[in-house]
Design a protein around this ligand. Structure first.
Ligand SMILES: C[S@@+](CC[C@H](N)C(=O)[O-])C[C@H]1O[C@@H](n2cnc3c(N)ncnc32)[C@H](O)[C@@H]1O
Length: 218
C-alpha cells in the first residue's frame, strides 16, 4: 500500500494556487493583510477555505458553529457558501482579532449571516441549542478540542459534520518524543476519533491536517 504523499514543490504550489480553489476577493485581501501579522500562521489556507465552503454545500448547512474565528477567513468562506437565511455562530476570546473579522463579513456582504460571541468557547457553547446545527468547525485552543468535540456532538444533528483543523500539528502527533499539552491533546483525540462509533471519520492530510467526523448517532 502506497503511503506516498506528493511533495509540494514551488512549481506545484504555483499550479495549486492557480487551479485548486476559487477565492473571493475579500478573502484574498484578508489573507494578504493577515499574512503581515505575527500570528498569521493561525489562519487557514485558501484551499481549506474552499474545502469548508464545499462541505457547507455538501451537507446543505444552514446553521454553523465555529470555534476559533481569528481575523475571519474560515467564517467568511463558510458564510459565503450559506443560503441567505443561513447563520454562522462564531466563538472567540479576542475582540481585537475579531474586529478584523467583522470588517471582512461586512465587505463580503454576509454580516447578517454571522453572530459573534466573545468569551471562552466552553462557556459560549453551553448556551447553544442541542441539535440546532448542521456543521461545527473546531479551530481554537488545542487542549480543549475534546471538550469542543463532545459539545459539538450534541449541537449537530444526526448526519451533521464536525471539522477539526490542525490534527497533524506539524507532524508532532506522530513523534512520541513530543509531549507538550497541545500535541498530547491532539494525539489523544486522533486515537479517540479513530475508535469512536458515534461518527464516521476521515483525517485528510491537507495543510496541517483536517479531520472530518459525520455524526451517526442520535
Ligand atoms: C487558529 S485561530 C482560528 C483561525 C480561523 N479559523 C481562521 O480561519 O483564520 C484560533 C482562534 O481561537 C481563539 N481562541 C483561543 N482560545 C480560545 C478559547 N478558549 N475560547 C474561544 N476562542 C479561543 C483565538 O483567539 C484565535 O482567534
Amino acid at each position: 500500500m502506497s503511503r506516498t504523499h506528493l511533495a509540494i514543490t514551488p512549481e506545484l504550489g504555483v499550479y495549486l494556487d492557480r487551479v485548486a480553489y476559487r477565492e473571493h476577493p475579500v478573502l484574498t485581501r484578508l489573507r494578504t493583510e493577515t499574512a503581515l501579522m505575527p500570528e498569521a500562521s493561525m489562519q487557514i489556507g485558501p484551499e481549506q477555505g474552499a474545502l469548508l465552503a464545499l462541505l457547507v454545500r455538501l451537507v446543505d448547512a444552514r446553521r454553523i458553529v465555529e470555534i476559533g474565528t481569528f481575523t475571519g477567513y474560515s467564517s467568511t468562506a463558510m458564510a459565503l457558501a450559506l443560503p441567505a437565511d443561513g447563520r454562522v455562530v462564531c466563538l472567540d476570546v479576542s475582540a481585537e482579532w475579531t474586529d478584523r473579522a467583522r470588517a471582512a463579513w461586512e465587505e463580503a456582504g454576509v454580516a447578517d449571516r454571522v453572530e459573534l460571541r466573545l468569551g471562552p468557547a466552553v462557556e459560549s457553547l453551553a448556551s447553544l441549542e442541542d441539535g440546532a446545527f448542521d456543521l461545527a468547525f473546531i479551530d481554537a485552543d488545542k487542549p480543549n478540542y475534546d471538550n469542543y468535540y463532545e459539545r459539538a456532538l450534541k449541537l449537530v444533528r444526526r448526519g451533521g459534520l464536525i471539522i477539526f483543523d490542525n490534527m497533524l500539528w506539524s507532524g508532532k502527533v506522530a513523534d512520541p518524543g513530543v509531549q507538550d499539552a497541545d500535541t498530547v491533546a491532539l494525539r489523544a483525540l486522533n486515537e479517540k476519533l479513530h475508535h469512536d462509533e458515534r461518527v464516521f471519520v476521515s483525517l485528510l492530510p491537507i495543510r496541517d491536517g483536517v479531520s472530518l467526523a459525520v455524526k451517526q448517532c442520535d
